[in-house]
Design a protein around this ligand. Structure first.
Ligand code: PDD
Length: 272
């Protein structure tokens, strides 16, 4: 836990008074803070509520109050850049809402210009559309990332098809079209939904199709989308290499950065 304060059930407490608790199921969100403002706040809170529904739990959250608390948490901690975790912890007899800053790892400038290498991992997220902590997949992914010295691993299912990264979504590019897994099989990333919006306004086609590992070499380019990576070019998946200067990829990277800037500016103007 980073910062001086965290938030528990709507109350701000000093970080050194934090007591770790286990829960039966943790529904969560990770959002990025830029210039002291939580990026795409409304979208993250809506997805949190959707994940609670998908996990078949019933718990009322006041969206506006939670949003205000998150903004207040940024201010109280005086943190301008970082990541915040919002966790709704369900136990047999109670529910706890915990919000705090966590460690973040953002790609370097050279990761954006030269791309990153990515590995493959046979693993499956249960209830893939919901953002629920899954320690087994996380531990397997961390282990593979460490041993293969890659930036991320792509999760491959029983059919040998790629679904998404362990904490990102995956896109391939071929002949000016985007390819990604069917949305019912993955977590619909907030970043992915921005890629969809960019594609729509630029008349770029997206094919939502299973992506067998065997067709990877047909792609001209490939990228990850996610809160921390933003739009990050992939230079290689195992031994298959990709063009990190693909025109469509560069266009999506720029368009996404513009969306980020306008969301932060919009929020700052609301606060004035
Ligand atoms: N992970 N797929 C999975 C399995 C994820 O865990 C994430 C995000 C994404 C991308 O979602 P978004 O664009 O909203 O970040 C896709 C977060 C950041 C994490 O667990 O740290």
């Amino acid at each position: 836990m980073l910062g001086n304060y965290f938030l528990i059930n709507g109350k701000f407490l000093a970080v050194d008074s934090f007591e770790k608790k286990e829960a039966d199921i943790n529904v969560y969100e990770v959002m990025r803070v830029i210039d002291g403002i939580p990026l795409f706040l409304r979208e993250h809170i809506s997805r949190l509520l959707h994940s609670i529904q998908l996990s078949k739990r019933v718990f009322e959250i006041d969206k506006k109050e939670l949003g205000k608390d998150i903004v207040q948490l940024c201010k109280k901690n005086e943190i301008e850049e970082g990541n915040i975790m919002v966790k709704v912890m369900f136990s047999s007899d109670n529910v706890t809402v915990l919000v705090h800053f966590i460690e973040h790892f953002y790609p370097s400038l050279s990761n954006y210009t030269k791309g990153v290498s990515v590995g493959l991992l046979k693993a499956k997220r249960i209830n893939p559309k919901a953002k629920i902590i899954n320690h087994t997949v996380r531990d397997l992914a961390n282990n593979e990332i460490r041993t293969s010295k890659s930036y991320e691993v792509l999760l491959v299912d029983e059919q040998n098809e790629i679904r998404e990264g362990s904490r990102s979504n995956f896109f391939g590019i071929k002949d000016g079209k985007l390819y990604t897994a069917p949305l019912n099989l993955v977590l619909k990333g907030i970043t992915l939904s921005k890629v969809i919006a960019i594609a729509k306004s630029n008349k770029i086609e997206i094919c939502y199709k299973p992506i067998p590992v065997s067709v990877l070499s047909n792609f001209d380019a490939a990228f990850l989308s996610g809160t921390s990576p933003k739009i990050l070019p992939i230079s290689a998946i195992d031994s298959t290499t990709f063009d990190v200067k693909n025109a469509l990829l560069l266009k999506i990277m720029n368009a996404y950065d513009e969306l980020v800037c306008s969301d932060i500016k919009r929020y700052i103007s609301l606060l004035k």
